[in-house]
Design a protein around this ligand. Structure first.
Ligand code: F6P
Length: 326
């Protein structure tokens, strides 16, 4: 394979730049021509290809976001959009494509593979919601960003004996809430995978108060409930000051952690190697600390498993006598 292209699609994630850099530099070092496609599949069907060289990816490994920019394209998901994409790739004699993104991005990769374009997916999303890989690119940095916020909020909340609710991203996945909540010592972690009643939350807070503990941090995953609604309910029931903070897109930015730079770099190289071997229709990932690859359709069929053991452990170490797990 002599000509390949790379794009980022869906929500950006810290570490995407490390992956782009690795694809470009490793590809060129293996004698390939590498193109960057701007704004994901949207740029692909608009024929926006940039020839990349070693210098095009200088000074990006430490930056969040994505040099190639990103988008979510509805048009690409249609037959007409995909035919256009294949036409432009053929016109430039591009033989393989690497896409960096989440499950929506991988659906596009599967479609292109079925249309004869060998395509490799690199998991890039802060949500950590892909079943076949233990970690996705950007998750570690996002958790560290949330941790930083928890530390700062705890300073002020404990000074005022206040309860604080922190809403974090993750779509329908509670991993950011679980990992950052565990690291930040949150008293309560609410995730979509563990349905929790309002009564149970109040019991936990009342239990803390009866032990003389008046300040608590509640981390809620956006897929579990809205911070503002919970804040109103708790302050009405307990008659105490409660504050809510929605961290939002702060979690998507920032300089990638060492771990995300490492994963992005290794996955970028691994993806180029697969294309070099003539393989397509694959996603790369990491399982039990070993780099793996899997057919995209097989990866898509796997069901994500939430780590209930870790969730319970977070509860125990936050010194709660009340378990939310049934
Ligand atoms: O998938 C990444 C993510 O940040 C989710 O955690 C969040 O729900 C969503 O994207 C936000 O999307 P947007 O950037 O379009 O508001």
């Amino acid at each position: 394979m002599r000509k390949i292209a790379v794009l980022t699609s869906g929500g950006d994630a810290p570490g995407m730049n490390a992956a782009i850099r690795a694809v470009v530099r490793y590809g060129i070092s293996e004698g390939m021509e590498v193109y960057g496609i701007e704004r994901g599949y949207a740029g692909l069907i608009e024929n926006v290809f940039l020839p990349m060289n070693m210098r095009s990816v200088a000074d990006i490994v430490q930056r969040g976001g994505t040099l190639l920019r990103t988008a979510r394209s509805n048009e690409f998901m249609t037959d007409a959009g995909q035919e256009l994409a294949v036409k432009f790739l053929h016109k430039r004699a591009i033989e393989g494509l690497i896409v960096i993104g989440g499950d929506g991005t991988f659906k596009g990769a599967e479609a292109l593979s079925k249309r004869g374009i060998p395509t490799i997916g690199i998991p890039g999303t802060i949500d950590n919601d892909l079943a076949y890989t233990d970690y996705t690119l950007g998750f570690d940095t996002a958790c560290n960003t949330v941790l930083d916020a928890i530390n700062k909020l705890r300073d002020t909340m404990s000074s005022h004996d206040r309860i604080c609710i922190i809403e974090v991203m993750g779509r329908n996945c509670g991993d950011i809430a679980l990992h950052a909540g565990l690291g930040g010592g949150a008293e309560i972690i609410l995730v979509p995978e563990v349905p929790t009643t309002y009564h149970e939350i109040l019991s936990r807070l009342n239990d803390d108060r009866s032990k003389g503990k008046f300040s608590s941090i509640i981390v809620v995953a956006e897929g579990a409930c809205k911070a503002q609604e919970l804040k109103d309910k708790i302050s009405t029931s307990l008659g105490v000051p409660v504050r809510a903070t929605v961290l939002g897109h702060l979690q998507r930015g920032g300089s990638p952690s060492a771990r995300d730079r490492y994963l992005g770099t290794c996955w970028g190289v691994q993806a180029v190697k697969l294309l070099k071997e003539g393989k397509g229709n694959k996603v790369v990932g990491i399982r039990d600390n070993r780099f793996i690859d899997l057919d995209i359709d097989k990866a898509a069929k796997l069901k994500r498993e939430f780590d209930y053991e870790l969730y319970e452990l977070a509860n125990v170490v936050s010194n709660s006598a009340i378990s939310f797990l049934r």
